[in-house]
Structure formats: C-alpha cells, structure tokens
Design a protein around this ligand. Structure first.
Ligand SMILES: [Zn+2]
Ligand SMILES: [Zn+2]
Length: 470
C-alpha cells in the first residue's frame, strides 16, 4: 500500500500557521506548491511511498474568499487553475491548506466534497498523475493532511515533518508504539517523546568506517528504529584499530563493513531494523533508499559521494549531517606534533553547502567519478600525471574518530530535543583536538546554485537525478 508524507522547511510551516490561524478566529486558506519524491519500494516495508515537499505557500487573498466564518470557508478557484498550469510546466503539484480554528482535527463532509472537486480539476487539467494535497491546521496545534490520488481516493499523511534549526515530526495518532524499558535512562534525560522519535526515524548512514562505525553503535544504543547503512568496502587489518565490532577473523575473511555493522546492531537486541547497501551511493539502486530517509549522516571520505549527499539535502529536504576528520603529523619547532580537526556540518535549506564551505573539492570528486566510471582512462591520465593517485593512507586513531561521531550525535539530539536551548543548533562545528577547543567557521563565499537558490529546495524528482549529469 502506498504511504504518503509531507516535508517542509520550518519557515513554510510557520507562514502557514500565521496565515491560517489568525486572531479573528475565522477559517482561512492557502495554496501550497509541492515538489514530489516518488519511492517505488521503501527499503523497510517494500511498499511504495509518496513524499510531498513544500516549495511555496500562497495565501488565499481576501478578494478571492466568497464567504467565511469560524466553521467554514469558500473561495473562488480561478487561481487554482492558473497554479495547475504553472505546476504542470515545472513538474510540481498543487494543494490547499485550510484551518479549523476551533477543531476538530479531521476533515468535514464539506471538505471531502470540495477537495474531490479540486482533485477532479487537477486531473482534468494535468492528467492521471496529478495529485491534490490537502493540509488542515487546528487551533489546538494539531496538523493533519491527505493526498488525493484520484477524485475518489485519498491517502492520509503518516507524517508532516519540518527541518531547519529544530526538526519536528507531526505523526498521526496510533503510530507511536510503547515505551521500551531499555531506553528508560535516556528517557529520563531527554524525555519519552525523544525515545519515540528515535524509534520512528529512518536514519541513513553513508560510510561504516572510522566515523560511521562509532556513530552506528551509538544510534543502535539510542533505540534507533530504522537504519540504512551504505558502504561498499570490506574489513581490512588496518581498520581494526577503529572499527567497532570488527574482529581479526573479519579482516582475514574480508567481511563487508556493512555486515559487521548489522551484526553488531542486531546483537544488541534493541529492535533496530537494519538495511545494508554495499554499492556506491550514486548507483541507481540506492536512490529509493536515500529518498526514503528522514535524515542522513555522511561519514564517507569520498568527495563524489559527498557532492551527491550535498545536493540530496536541498532537493529532497532530507537533512544531512556530514562528518569529517583530518589528522596530520606536523613539525613545530623541531617537535613532532599531531594536528587534528574534527568537523560536523549540517546541510539543509538555510545553511551553506559543502562546496561553499570548501569541504569538498569538485576536482577530486570528478577524478573519483572517472576512476569509477572509466578505470582505463583514469589510469592513462594518472600515468601522464593529469590526475592524482590514491595517495598515502590517512592517519587514524579511534578516540578522535569516536569523538567526531559523538559531536554529530549531539547535533541530532539538539535538533530533536534542543538540549542546548532553542537557539543551540550549530550548522558547522570544527573541533581542534590540539587546542582542546571548538570553532564555528562560516562559509567561504557567496552561496552557490544548490544551497543559495530556492529553486532547488524541495525540487524532488528531476531529470537527471539531483540535476547531476553522468
Ligand atoms: Zn474544513
Ligand atoms: Zn553552496
């Protein structure tokens, strides 16, 4: 069965609440434009899913309203038809939002009739694939919604989620499940709602190596309900100094890193469902899995993989928490010193991307893509010194890799629970291990087309995927 949910930037939800729940106590309405993410097979239940991504909010103006009071609203639909034409050209969908200032948090028989008419209008204008989304905001703070997939049939939204400095998830009642006694102490610190959210979230972890492995271990201990772990590599002897759960026998047998991670999470017995993917994340078979996530941790050293996650965060409104660690052995006044930088960067609309922060190098990303797609050409260019080789292995120590993973988890807790206070979110945090200090560097330049343009925010499915050629 198809499931449906809505993802929004915090600013759009705030605007909808301000427009629809006004001090006059009357019902109000707005049009909402959505990008679409169609998922053929969800990695956890195998069913199809629809994700609607809010792109724009357009309040219904007073001169369009034909009548309204605290129990009803009717308005002219001329603008709906114009918006349908624009949406058809842009590959978007149009929906409506209205309010029940005094409740109830469910659609009325009148809503059913009006919305079925709009769904028919959308289908007649834009064809079979046209959807009609409807959101309902109530005075008590409840928020529900549904997607009409035909004039006769709709799907209730399972979640309305919003991202930005605080991440919120409005779920339909009955989806929450019971308390797990294993999470009691965590609940004492962060509240029972935090535990329920951890259980419900779909969390992607790209990279199960140095920083990914301690991160995955912590997510399992925190009662994460659904983990999708991506890594094409196998355990080697040189990984055993930092890979949690990996054994000497795993290295000798060349066990996949994702299989070690899954084995260790399942041994905890805390009910986490784990899906593993052992191909590079740019492979087409990874798309549905990535698109199904609520948030993703980027724990990869691969520049091209980072470039992909970087775009995914903005196109699909899926926040990405990207981790990096750089250890260097340097000489200072004749002394050998270890310089270490740990970095945690959150990617989402409103925050600068990894290109603008100069974290990823597009030239290296292109070389990695060439090595993967055309190894012979890569070797030829390497022999002529047009591209660089794989370089020396990077230094790595388990305490530093674990520390960066913990910084990333702390940022997740902040976004869900605000333990540092309402303005405690940190978009970019760098820990200088040698100085025992954390810094918050800004972006290096003007925002680029990916992180600086509302056109990409919530664009959803476009061709080519994420607007990337090749
Ligand atoms: Zn209504
Ligand atoms: Zn950017």
């Amino acid at each position: 069965m198809t499931q449906a949910d809505v993802a929004a930037q915090e600013a759009h939800l705030r605007l909808l609440k301000a427009e629809l729940l006004r001090p006059d106590g009357k019902e109000h309405a707005a049009y909402v434009v959505f990008g679409v993410s169609r998922i053929a097979a969800d990695p956890f239940h195998g069913g199809s899913r629809l994700r609607l991504l809010i792109k724009d909010v357009l309040p219904v103006e007073p001169d369009e309203i034909t009548s309204s009071d605290d129990q009803h609203i009717t308005w002219k639909t001329d603008r709906f038809v114009r918006l349908l034409a624009e949406a058809d050209r842009a590959g978007h969908q149009v929906g409506i939002a209205h309010s029940h200032p005094r409740g109830p948090a469910r659609f009325s028989a009148q809503d059913d009739r009006n919305e079925a008419d709009l769904a028919r209008l959308a289908r007649n204008r834009n064809g079979e694939a046209a959807l009609m989304v409807s959101l309902l905001f109530c005075g008590g703070g409840e928020m529900v919604g549904r997607v009409w997939i035909s004039p006769q049939d709709y799907i209730d939204l399972s979640v309305i989620r919003s991202t930005s400095s605080n991440w919120t998830f409005h779920r339909r009642e009955g989806d929450l499940g019971s308390e797990d006694p294993a999470m009691d102490r965590q609940g004492l610190a962060l509240g029972p709602a935090f535990n329920r959210t951890m259980k419900s979230l779909r969390i992607g972890v790209v990279g199960a190596g140095g920083t990914g492995s301690p991160l995955i271990q912590q997510l399992g201990r925190m009662g994460a309900g659904h983990l999708a772990i991506f890594d094409p590599d196998r355990v080697e002897l040189s990984n055993l100094n930092r890979l949690y759960g990996a054994t000497h026998a795993d290295a000798v047998d060349g066990v996949k890193k994702v299989d070690v991670a899954k084995r260790e999470i399942e041994r905890m017995g805390l009910g986490t469902q784990v899906v593993t993917i052992d191909t590079w994340i740019g492979a087409p078979e990874c798309r549905d899995v990535l698109k199904s996530m609520d948030l993703i941790f980027g724990c990869t050293d691969d520049h091209d993989g980072r470039v992909l996650l970087n775009r995914l965060a903005y196109y699909y409104l899926i926040p990405v928490i990207d981790l990096g660690l750089a250890l260097r052995v340097a000489e200072r006044h004749g002394e050998r010193v270890l310089e270490g930088d740990g970095r945690v960067t959150v990617l989402e609309p409103g925050a600068s991307c990894l290109i603008c922060r100069r974290v990823v190098n597009p030239v290296i990303a292109a070389e990695e893509a060439l090595r993967r797609n055309d190894p012979a050409e890569f070797e030829r260019r390497k022999s002529e010194a047009y591209v660089r080789g794989e370089g020396n292995p990077a230094p790595a120590v388990v305490s530093f890799t674990t520390s960066v993973a913990t910084m990333a988890i702390e940022e997740l807790i902040q976004r869900l629970q605000q333990f540092r206070g309402p303005s405690g979110a940190i978009a970019n945090r760098v820990r200088k291990f040698g100085q025992v200090e954390d810094f918050r560097p800004g972006a290096a330049r003007q925002p680029c087309r990916v992180c600086g343009s509302p056109k990409t925010f919530g664009a959803g499915d476009v061709f080519p995927f994420l607007g990337r050629a090749g």
